[in-house]
Structure formats: structure tokens, C-alpha cells
Write a protein that binds this ligand. Structure first.
Ligand code: G6P
Length: 372
């Protein structure tokens, strides 16, 4: 009913709008007054966490994209090797796991069969399993050694939005916590990022307030057949997530690429007026990535692409090459997906609406895939 949708036409719109709160709720009570993380719910002893020699993340769909982003954060802040794998592939390739592997299973519903089977396999190998889950008491957390719940609240729309943002928050918390417990040379950066996380909810809110031009752009592209997405570093999984949203909702051909691979194939797809969404890393921090993306944008634009550029406020270098410029607040590089994903969700939702599609219940898809 309309009341259940909180006055919005679709659950998806409501859930997109709830993201600032979902992010804040997922941080709530997990940062102490001294600015350190307290994840008491992670009932794996610190001594055991210090012994871990590898992290393996398993998930499906949107949760898998959260896992891909987590890998960048975990490897950077903990210096532990981290693999991330589709749950449906993981179990069938005889993965190398042991008592010192920490397996992280990410699932909104906690009922995805492939993810459940992957975690059972991991436990049989003697690995510890930590679930990141949005549904209290569901099967995946019940079968795990520990669980860090995301506090997105119930997600009804089939296409995941607020659950994804909270999965990212949970992944950052785990990465930072492992860094904190194990002690790395990034101690100061870890403390700074914990502070930055507290400002993310407001940053997501700011993005939501500026989405009207993105909606107008989406409507103008309703008769296109293909949209490409380019990103690198943590922007690469964001590109994959933007493409997934468009497939799920708009039933369009959409593909995400690592921008560094452009010359190895994707550039052959560029033709006059093809919409290409480009995620631009912060010009601060790892600025070498920024400069590489700017030259990618020039390359595709020279070949006629219509460039839709998602870039940090104050990044002037991209402006001359952007047919459409979408501004997002400045964040540390690793946290950028929390703000960069939001315009892609709005874009896909509006395109689906413009194409007359059922936003909350896309054809052929289920909210939770409980069969293999
Ligand atoms: C289905 C949903 C997706 C979701 C995926 C994984 O495909 O439509 O939105 O990302 O399952 O679901 P989970 O509940 O395990 O996160």
C-alpha cells in the first residue's frame, strides 16, 4: 500500500531515501567515545583474529560487489591477503582454506543458497566464518561463528540499495577492526577513517538532494540500448554495481569495465552517442589513478561517447570532458563507493520508470535466491 511505501511510488525510492539513516544505524554503537571500534558482536577472540593469515569473502549479486570493495579495504588496512569470490564458484573449485582463514559471507537475506553452501564448505575445512547480514536470525548468521548485522531495516524492492550501502559500512568496520586488533602501520589513517565514516550519512544525504539532473538525464536515455560503466580501484566494483542495477531494473544491456582494460577490448564498443558512465577517483590521495581516468574519458569522448562523469566536488580537471557532470562529496578514496553508488541507483530506478518497467518486482528476478 501507499502507506507502506511511506508516500513514495515504489519501495525502491523509499529505500534509496532511507540510506543516510541505514548507514548511521549500522555505525551506531560500534565506535566508542575514544574513536576506536568496539565490535563485541564479533565473537571471535582478538587472539584468534591476530592469527588469521588470509581472508576469503563469498557472496552473490550486489553483496558480491560489496565484497569486491571490501578486498581493497582489508588488504590496505590489514595487509592480509584477501580473496573475493562468487559463492556459486567458490565451492566447486576446491578452494584452499584452513584453520587460519577467515571467511566472510555477505548476504542481505541470509538465505541465499549458494552463499550458505559456501560457508558450510568453509566450516568443514575448519575456517572461521563471519556473516555480514541484514536479517536477524536467518540461516546464514545462524550457521556462522559470528555475525555483524547491517541495520538497513527490511528491504522490499528486489534490487538492493540500502542493504548494499550498509554492507559496505560493515565491510569497512571489519577491515578497520582487523587493522586495529592486529596493529598495522596505518594506525593513524585507521583512526582518521573511523572519524570520516561518521560524516558519511550526511554526505549520502547531500547526494540525494542533488539528484534531479540525474533523473532528467535518465529519462532522456530511455530509448538507448546500451550503457557502459567504467571505474578503477574501488570505482571498478561500483561500475559493476551500476551496470547490474540497470540490467535488473531497466532490462538494458549494461556492462561495467575496469577502466585500465579499456584498450584491451571495451574501447571497440565506443560509438557516436553511446552513454558511458565514468566513476572518477578523488584527485587527492591516489592522484595517479585520477589522471589515468581523465585520459580514459578523453579517449572515449574523442570517439563520440556521451560521457556521464561522476566526480568529487572541486575536481575541475574532468569538467572539460564531461557531457554530464554529477558531483559527489569528497571522501577518502576507499570510502567513495558509499557516495558514488547513489546516483547510479537513482539513474537505474528512473530509467526503469521511464521505460514502463515494474521497479520493485523486475521480471524474472527474486529478492532471495534460495535454490542453487
Ligand atoms: C538476488 C537479489 C539481489 C541480491 C542477491 C544476493 O539476486 O535480487 O539483489 O544482491 O540475490 O542476495 P543476498 O540476500 O544473499 O544478499
Amino acid at each position: 500500500s501507499a502507506a507502506e511505501k511511506g508516500g513514495y511510488d515504489y519501495f525502491m525510492l523509499k529505500e534509496i531515501a532511507e540510506q543516510p539513516k541505514a548507514v548511521a544505524d549500522t555505525l551506531l554503537g560500534r565506535i566508542d567515545a575514544g574513536g576506536s571500534l568496539t565490535l563485541d558482536e564479533v565473537r571471535i577472540d582478538d587472539s584468534e583474529l591476530r592469527e588469521i593469515d588470509k581472508v576469503v569473502i563469498v557472496a552473490c549479486g550486489t553483496a558480491f560487489h560489496a565484497g569486491m570493495i571490501a578486498k581493497y579495504a582489508i588488504e590496505h588496512w590489514t595487509r592480509l591477503p584477501c580473496e573475493v569470490e562468487l559463492a556459486s564458484e567458490f565451492r566447486y573449485r576446491d578452494p584452499i582454506l584452513g584453520g587460519q582463514s577467515l571467511v566472510i559471507a555477505i548476504s542481505q537475506s541470509g538465505e541465499t543458497m549458494d552463499t550458505l553452501m559456501a560457508l558450510r564448505h568453509a566450516r568443514e575445512q575448519g575456517s572461521r566464518v563471519l556473516a555480514i547480514c541484514n536479517t536477524n536470525g536467518s540461516t546464514i548468521p545462524r550457521e556462522s561463528d559470528a555475525v555483524l548485522y547491517t541495520h538497513a531495516g527490511p528491504e522490499v524492492a528486489v534490487a538492493s540499495t540500502k542493504a548494499f550501502l550498509t554492507q559496505l559500512v560493515a565491510c569497512y568496520l571489519v577491515a578497520l577492526y582487523l587493522g586495529q586488533v592486529r596493529g598495522t602501520k596505518w594506525g593513524d589513517e585507521i583512526r582518521a577513517v573511523i572519524r570520516d565514516l561518521s560524516g558519511i550519512s550526511a554526505a549520502v544525504d547531500r547526494v540525494l538532494e542533488t539528484m534531479e539532473p540525474v533523473r532528467a538525464l535518465a529519462r532522456s536515455l530511455a530509448d538507448k540500448d546500451t550503457v557502459l560503466f567504467l571505474g578503477r580501484h574501488v570505482g571498478y566494483p561500483v561500475a559493476l554495481e551500476g551496470a547490474l542495477k540497470l540490467k535488473e531494473l531497466a532490462y538494458m544491456h549494461a556492462e561495467g569495465f575496469a577502466a585500465g582494460e579499456l584498450k584491451h577490448g571495451p574501447i571497440a564498443l565506443i560509438e557516436e552517442d553511446l552513454p558511458v558512465v565514468v566513476l572518477v577517483p578523488s584527485p587527492r590521495g591516489r592522484s595517479v589513478l585520477h589522471d589515468k581516468i581523465v585520459s580514459n574519458i578523453q579517449e572515449i569522448r574523442a570517439r563520440g561517447a556521451r560521457t556521464i562523469v561522476i566526480a568529487e566536488e572541486g575536481d575541475e580537471a574532468v569538467a572539460p570532458y564531461a557531457d554530464h557532470l554529477v558531483r559527489i562529496p569528497a571522501t577518502p578514496t576507499l570510502l567513495q563507493p558509499l557516495v558514488a553508488t547513489v546516483p547510479l541507483q537513482v539513474f537505474a530506478c528512473e530509467l526503469a520508470t521511464a521505460r514502463g518497467n515494474e521497479v520493485d518486482q523486475p521480471r524474472n528476478l527474486a529478492k532471495s535466491v534460495t535454490v542453487e
